[in-house]
Design a protein around this ligand. Structure first.
Ligand code: ZN
Length: 245
């Protein structure tokens, strides 16, 4: 019998929002690490939909992937609503999604990923987990400076110095396009994982769970839906051209 405590030493903590990217990261981590826990952050988002998607994706992964189920450990939710209050933006307040004078989308929450990693690292320290896995991506760069690998390299150094730790920040999607992220999902878990991500993960900024598209639920017009739809179409064109409309 393996000691679960020693497996945790090689374990991973996935920053898990219930979106497409972090769902693929969860599968990636389950394929690679013997023990995987998830952490989500409640910073006063507009939509409880995202928090429900986390539960649905985890349950579906456990039910449909028997080789991953024993590796899937605890889920943690951290309330960082005081940060949400400071960083008020379109995601946390009823403000239109538009570009700001700095060229950043109004959905940008300053320092959000940095805060996530500080909390995640403190949790990983307590749980004995070494890898911190995040779905940040600089390929389809939306102007989020805290998604850059340079930023996360600096963050990893700061966390390891400041916590006397040996964490590794893993960002498996960093160099992938959204189409390639679908391809990665299929490579990890086949059509079953693609179907799971379509049905259970949530991306839409407006929280639409009524309208089902080939790529999942969403309003179809917000920037998050547009990115997800474009990625899906790009992937379908490569992966199964016969199914193209
Ligand atoms: Zn949408």
């Amino acid at each position: 019998m393996n000691d679960p405590n020693s497996e945790r030493g090689n374990g991973a903590l996935v920053l898990f929002s219930g979106g497409q990217d972090s769902s693929v990261c969860l599968a990636w981590a389950l394929e690679r690490y013997p023990h995987v826990e998830t952490v989500g952050f409640d910073y006063g988002q507009r939509h409880a939909v995202e928090l429900e998607a986390r539960v649905a994706v985890r349950a579906a992964v456990a039910a449909r992937f028997p080789s991953w189920a024993p590796r899937l450990g605890d889920d943690h939710m951290m309330d960082i609503s005081s940060f949400g209050a400071v960083a008020e933006s379109a995601l946390t307040a009823d403000r239109a999604i538009e570009m700001t004078a700095k060229g950043l989308p109004s959905t940008f929450v300053p320092g959000r990923n940095l805060v996530f990693f500080v909390y995640a690292a403190a949790l990983a320290d307590r749980r004995g987990l070494k890898a911190l896995v995040g779905g940040m991506c600089e390929t389809d760069f939306s102007g989020y400076p805290d998604c850059r690998r340079d930023t996360l390299d600096a963050m990893q150094t700061a966390l390891n110095l400041g916590m006397a730790q040996d964490f590794v920040i893993e960002t498996p999607l960093m160099s992938l396009t959204k189409a390639e992220t679908w391809a990665l999902a299929k490579g990890l878990g086949g059509e079953a994982l693609v179907e799971l991500i379509v049905a259970d993960s949530h991306t839409c900024y407006l929280g639409d769970r009524e309208t089902l598209h080939p790529w999942g639920y969403g309003c179809g017009t917000c920037p998050a839906c547009e990115l997800r739809a474009r990625g899906w179409e790009g992937w379908v064109a490569e992966d199964r051209p016969a199914l193209r409309p």
